[in-house]
Design a protein around this ligand. Structure first.
Ligand code: KG4
Ligand code: ZN
Length: 341
């Protein structure tokens, strides 16, 4: 089966062609750059840019795969959650193609795309424990099937990627700031500032996250300087990143213990979503999993951040279960993963 995948839920317009044999024939991503001057994504600008970019991008993806549209067996597009304007653009395009070629259409939950990518890149069996950490989400899930997820906990305020982006903005970095903070942190002293690690103690929020207090502490620290030297910036990045790493490590330890206590037979610990591109985080969590004797898997960094190969793959997984989406599907700005497909 050859499937065309489309992703338009945030500021990346993406199209990919993949096969059910896990071959990525093309995977094209166009990152919109008009948002930089605003320090974040502007929904209306994003929607208009998707509208302009999507069709030529799909043509490019087909060209690269050396296929024409008639050779596609199915089409999958992100149906939510995300910025509604963009999701509508992708959904309408996919429905139009499906209707005119009379092929199956699948509306994919963007988070399922992130969650299932490891099954495209690696041999990963259900059930697995997933730490999904991106610009909009931060949660632990048990992935039982492509359309069955159990949430164990999530952030009660900001997502981790959002914290990276906001701290980056305070330091004058461009958006998205995650990769820039990671690079800057390499030159910094992580022990210089002791930033808080919220929700590490107590049972009530054992598997939840909170990053807003950490972000505020970084803001206060920045405001306490009259002017910041390059070294100050590097030290703030390193100290901030260390706080995030320690939070993730402590929470992952508890999530693994939780699965053990409840006898949830997880086969892997999977790290996914844009923040999973962070090499230091991967190394830390891999070491933890080695200690706990649970195989650790994370997709290659370029498949952690938003892309359409993950949407196409989730489409294949759902089609393999006999699931397709009727053409009257309404795009969903909110779409929790643990509520079904
Ligand atoms: O999954 P993604 O591409 O989009 C969403 O679904 O949100 O995630 C984007 C997020 C941004 O907040 C970005 O700053 C963060 O992932 N990110 C990183 C790194 N690369 C991307 N955060 C930390 N370190 C990185 N290397
Ligand atoms: Zn994403």
């Amino acid at each position: 089966m050859i499937i065309l995948g489309i992703e338009t839920s945030c500021d990346e317009t993406a199209a990919a062609v993949i096969t059910d044999k896990k071959e990525i024939l093309s995977n094209i991503i166009h990152s919109q750059d008009h948002h930089e001057e605003f320090g974040g994504v502007v929904p209306e600008i994003a929607a208009r840019a998707h509208l302009k970019t999507l069709q030529p991008l799909v043509e490019k993806a087909l060209n690269e795969a050396q296929l024409d549209l008639h050779q596609i067996d199915a089409i999958a597009a992100t149906g939510g959650p995300g910025l509604i304007g963009g999701v509508i653009v992708g959904t309408m395009f996919a429905k139009g193609v499906a209707a005119s070629l009379d092929i199956p259409y699948v509306a994919v939950n963007h988070l399922a795309g992130h969650a299932l990518t490891v099954r495209l890149t690696d041999e990963v069996e259900f059930p697995y424990l997933l730490l999904l950490t991106s610009g909009g989400h931060c949660q632990f899930l048990v992935v039982e099937a492509p359309n069955r997820y159990k949430s164990l906990g999530s952030t009660i305020d900001d997502a981790a990627g959002e914290a990276f982006d906001k701290v980056g903005k305070m330091l004058g970095f461009s958006y998205p700031a995650g990769p820039l903070i990671e690079r800057e942190a390499e030159k910094g002293d992580a022990s210089r500032f002791k930033f808080p690690r919220p929700l590490l103690k107590g049972e009530e929020h054992a598997l939840n996250f909170s990053f807003s207090g950490l972000k505020t502490a970084v803001r206060r620290q920045i405001e306490s300087f009259e002017s910041l030297s390059q070294q100050d910036k590097s030290d703030i990045c390193a100290s901030f990143q260390l706080a995030i790493l320690e939070i993730f490590k402590a929470k992952a330890t508890r999530a693994l213990e939780h699965c053990k206590d409840l006898k949830i037979p997880i086969r892997h610990f999977v790290l996914a979503g844009g923040v999973a591109a962070n090499q230091v985080l991967r190394t830390h969590l891999e070491a933890l999993c080695r200690e706990k004797r649970v195989p650790f898997v994370a997709p290659p960094a370029k498949l952690c951040t938003d892309n359409a190969a993950m949407i196409a793959w989730a489409g294949i997984e759902l089609l393999n279960l006999g699931i397709q989406t009727p053409l009257d599907f309404a795009p969903r700005p909110r779409w929790p993963l643990d509520e079904g497909e």
